[in-house]
Ligand binder design. Structure first.
Ligand SMILES: [Zn+2]
Length: 141
């Protein structure tokens, strides 16, 4: 059964949940859109170029670390005047570009760091199932 992913969006579905050795969860997320707007010109593209996986850290579930495996796609923009000939699908509201964490995870970790400082924030994050190094947490600030 495919579960809609991303709150009100029906652009993505969780198609598989994998329990890894050690208890971490991997949610496999597949896009469902048949056409995607080019970020440069806004024109819809229906011609897929390639695909790749993103593996961002997500919010924990009941203390279990959760990682997404998002099957992301690159698309051709066929508008001759557009400077974006090939572009990657965006995940607005869920993932910033090149992010290693979901937006909600980044917000939680930033709140931990602001409330408890670097080392305290990193300890809270590990306890909450969102492991992060002190250096990475400090970079978020
Ligand atoms: Zn374009």
């Amino acid at each position: 059964m495919a579960v809609p992913f991303g709150g009100e969006s029906d652009e993505w579905c969780i198609v598989l949940i994998v329990v890894e050795r050690g208890g971490s969860l991997v949610l496999v997320v597949e896009p469902t859109r048949q056409a995607v707007p080019c970020p440069k010109c806004g024109e819809l593209s229906r011609r897929q170029h390639s695909s790749y996986d993103l593996r961002p850290l997500d919010l924990a579930w009941r203390g279990h670390t959760v990682r997404l495996r998002v099957h992301s796609r690159r698309w051709f923009c066929d508008v001759p005047s557009c400077p974006g000939k090939i572009f990657a699908e965006r995940f607005d509201g869920m993932l910033a570009r090149y992010a290693r964490r979901t937006n909600g995870t980044t917000e939680l970790l930033t709140a931990f760091a602001l409330q408890a400082g670097g080392e305290g924030g990193a300890r809270l994050a590990r306890k909450a199932g969102v492991p992060i190094s002190l250096d990475t947490l400090l970079r978020l600030l």
